[in-house]
Design a protein around this ligand. Structure first.
Ligand SMILES: [Zn+2]
Length: 186
């Protein structure tokens, strides 16, 4: 088997040596490129005594100060509703450097898929009141200048944001429950 592979490689050895030394292409990909098997490339590489360059590592969240700070903030209650303005204010700007780190954290499941997606200071303020004070939703909206806060809540629920029932709605629990279901159906 191998002799046949060496025959295929004849005349291309130098090129393959160069690829092995200078690229991080896998043995499998190189095998495809040169018409031999993955094992063929592996043995060739070993026999030539080639030390392959290291692949650039994936972003290491454990060693990244920005990711660590984001993780800390994400552990607070209702952290999904902390706006990007607040995050930048606490950690430092510009916002442009954040998305890459947030994507990594989300893809690793270390933060909620919604964390770092709220861009409105006003909505953040409204939710902060909603989570802590026993006030009618409309009143909260008026307080922060969001006339449509009730419909904003419905929209967020429909998009999968985790919004507990209103503290004010305790008395009329059934009404709140049916609203949640309404949100889920959409
Ligand atoms: Zn990072």
């Amino acid at each position: 088997m191998l002799t046949r592979q060496w025959a295929i490689l004849r005349g291309k050895e130098n090129k393959l040596v160069k690829d092995l030394k200078e690229t991080t292409l896998s043995f499998k990909k190189l095998g495809k490129k040169y018409g031999v098997t993955r094992q063929g490339v592996h043995i060739f590489c070993k026999r030539q005594g080639i030390k392959r360059p290291e692949k650039p590592k994936r972003h290491q969240t454990e060693q990244c100060p920005l990711c660590q700070k984001l993780l800390q903030i994400s552990k607070r209650p209702h952290s999904e509703f902390i706006s990007t303005h607040t995050i930048v204010k606490e950690i430092g700007g510009p916002w442009g450097k954040y998305p890459r780190h947030l994507r990594t954290l989300r893809s690793k499941g270390l933060v909620s898929p919604k964390f770092g997606r709220l861009h409105s200071k006003r909505i953040e303020k409204a939710y902060a009141i909603y989570f802590t004070k026993r006030l009618p939703i409309c009143k909260i909206g008026r307080e922060v200048g969001l006339k449509n806060f009730p419909s904003i809540i419905r929209q967020y629920r429909a998009l999968g944001w985790n919004i507990p029932p209103s503290l004010y709605g305790r008395r009329g629990r059934n009404r709140v429950k049916s609203k949640i279901q309404e949100g889920k159906k959409r």
